[in-house]
Every structure is written in C-alpha cells, then in structure tokens.
Design a protein around this ligand. Structure first.
Ligand SMILES: Cc1cc2nc3c(=O)[nH]c(=O)nc-3n(C[C@H](O)[C@H](O)[C@H](O)COP(=O)(O)O)c2cc1C
Length: 353
C-alpha cells in the first residue's frame, strides 16, 4: 500500500507533458464533451482527458460537428484529441491540422468496435495488422512534434491478443503512451476486463507508460487496477459518469485526506454549471443535447420522475433555471441509484454494430 501511495503521489510524464495525477478520463463519445471535461477539472484530481473520437477527414474538412468535438478552452488542459482513420494520409493530415492550431496531444483510436469505424480499416481493425498499424502510427509521429498516444483493446478476439506485441512495436517508434481497454473487440462491452492481459502489455514494454482502462467504478477499483497490472496510469470512462467526484476522491487518497462525498448542494451546482457550460458553447441547442443526461441526473440526484421528465423536455435556459430551483427542493426524494446501464452501449452481436 505504501508503494502504491508513493506511486500515485509521483507525477507522470507523457511526451513533453508533466501530469500531476495518474487518473485520466477515457473518452465516451456524446458524454465527455468540453462542458463535462471542464466540470471534472473544476472538481480536481483529473490528470488528463481525451476528446471523443473525430474522423480525420471530417476534421480536416472542418465540418461543424468535428469542430464542436475538438472545441476546447485554456481550462481544458492537459488534453489529447482522439482521431481515427484507416487511411494514412488522412490521419497525418488531421494530426498536422491539430498541431497547426496549437493542440498539445494526439491520440489515435485503435479500440473502437463499431462497424462504421472498422469497415474503413480504422478503430480495432488496425490491431489485426501489427506492421500496418505501426507504419500508420509511425507516419503520424514523423509528421508532427506533438506527443502521439494510442488507445486500443487487448486484440480483435481471444485468439488474437495483439496488445503486447503492438505496444512493444509502438514504443520502438516513439509512441508516448498506450491506453489499453482490457477487452477484445469481440467482447464489445460484455464479459470481464482481463487485467492479466493488461499486465502482459505492461510487461512487454520497457518504459513507455501503459494506461489501463475498463470497468473502474470506484477509487478502490482504480487502486487495484494500478496494483494488479503495474500500469502507469488508469483511464476512467463510465465510472466518471457514475461518480464525477471519483478523481477528487482519488486526489484525497493521494494527499492522505479522508475522501469527501459531494454534498447535495454540490451535486445540484454540478448539474446547473454543466448546463451553463453547454449553453455557452451550443446556445439554445444545448436544451436538446442535455436530454442525454436527464436519466443520469434524475437517478443520481434522486429527483421525482416528473422532474426527470421535465429535464428531458425543457426548451429554454429560463425553464432550466426554474427546474433547478425545484430540484433543489425535491432532491433526494427518490433513493439515488445510478446504474452504469444508463450510459448506453451498443448491444446485440458485435458483428452488427
Ligand atoms: C458511450 C461510449 C462511448 C465511447 N466513445 C469512445 C471514443 O470516442 N473513443 C474511445 O477510444 N473509446 C470510447 N469508448 C470506450 C471507453 O473509452 C472505454 O474504453 C470503455 O468504456 C471501458 O472503460 P470504462 O469501463 O471506464 O467506461 C466509449 C464507450 C462508451 C460506453
């Protein structure tokens, strides 16, 4: 335990970036946008965040959607932008586009299981071809000065656990760090996270940081992930939705303080500020975007069903403010329970995703 505490109290270097915490936010497309990232950063303890995945060609073409995905602000730092493509020149062009505009880190997606990403040779499909994947990542590294990281799974399926081999190859060409979600593409989001598989990946590299990911829901899970895999850092996705205070709690452990649970006022303030930040970026459109969070907030805050329903339907900022006043009064009337299931993952056979 002392060894673990020493480790988490020591910062981590990734490329040219000194990170003060070893607990990172894993990207959850549709949830971990700018407003949510800034909210987490304000709570404290977050080492690094990554944007949702952005299709390289769309980014270079500067489509409205991709510009929204890479929107950031000085407070939203350290940040990597996650790009994907199965076509090397497109990936390189996106990396250069980001460097020219002052972004500070690039993450290449090699873990996405979705057909639309894999079909074009991007995402987890890249894990089936070590030399092709290494060449692709190498070309990005050669094209930019920024630290380049890769996020992947353990492999395509249980017969092709290529993460250790790929991580070793990536270290040789100068990748700054690799995040490993401890499932195969075949597993989708089902089954268990294979921590031994992550550990094997850690053992396959000399000094490149491996960031372990998958099913970390509590500070204790994060600490046991560090201890069992020997990873340099832990990336938390759905666990940060379940409990946005998880990074602050880990920071409390790092500094030897008693972990603080958020008060009811803090929770309602989180809801209110989250929407305010979304409205700053998206204007009236944020009312629609916020619907995605209604069930989650409803369950977390334990508000009566009708208030949750209104959170799903409000149409203006003034209506939202009235709603917050009512939530302040009726917060905690229902038992607060947030199931991870509230964050939708694709289901059915993975081949059809
Ligand atoms: C709704 C959703 C969206 C996701 N979007 C991305 C993404 O854009 N890029 C990526 O690399 N991984 C993405 N992931 C995978 C997560 O980053 C993470 O690897 C996975 O959820 C396991 O970690 P967790 O249990 O901490 O959530 C997504 C997962 C979910 C559930």
């Amino acid at each position: 335990m002392t060894e673990l505490r020493d480790k988490i109290q020591t910062g981590l270097r990734i490329g040219n970036r000194e990170l003060s915490s070893r607990f990172f936010l894993a990207p959850l497309a549709g949830y971990t946008h700018l407003a949510f990232r800034v909210m987490l950063r304000r709570l404290g303890g977050l080492g690094m965040a990554t944007t949702d995945l952005v299709q390289s060609q769309m980014l270079v073409s500067e489509t409205r959607k991709s510009l929204e995905l890479v929107a950031t602000c000085p407070e939203d730092n350290p940040l990597s932008v996650q790009i994907y493509s199965g076509v090397i020149p497109q990936l390189v062009a996106a990396a250069k586009w980001l460097e020219d505009r002052g972004y500070e880190g690039i993450d290449i997606n090699m873990g996405c299981p979705m057909a639309k990403v894999n079909g074009s040779g991007g995402g987890a499909r890249l894990m089936c071809n070590t030399s092709g994947a290494t060449e692709m990542v190498g070309r990005v590294i050669d094209a930019v000065q920024l630290p380049v990281t890769v996020k992947m799974r353990l492999g395509w399926d249980s017969d092709q656990l290529t993460a250790p081999e790929l991580a070793a190859a990536f270290e040789n060409i100068g990748v700054a760090a690799v995040t490993v979600h401890g499932r195969t593409r075949q597993q989708g989001f089902g089954g268990n996270v294979n921590r031994s598989g992550i550990r094997e990946t850690v053992q396959a590299v000399k000094s490149m940081p491996i960031i372990a990911n998958g099913d970390v829901r509590t500070p204790e899970d994060a600490l046991s992930m560090l201890a069992e895999t020997g990873c340099a850092a832990v990336a938390i996705g759905r666990g940060a939705m379940l409990d946005p205070w998880i990074f602050r709690k880990l920071q409390d452990i790092e500094t030897g303080q008693k972990s603080r649970e958020p008060t009811a006022d803090e929770q309602v303030a989180f809801l209110s500020d989250h929407f305010t930040l979304m409205a700053e970026q998206h204007g009236d459109y944020s009312c629609l975007l916020f619907r995605k969070f209604a069930a989650w907030y409803g369950a977390t805050l334990g508000i009566p069903e009708y208030l949750e329903d209104r959170l799903r339907r409000f149409e203006s900022e003034s209506e939202f403010r009235q709603l917050v006043t009512e939530i302040r009064q009726r917060h905690g009337e229902r038992e607060s329970t947030v199931a991870t299931a509230l964050i939708k993952v694709p289901n059915g056979p993975v081949e059809h995703w």
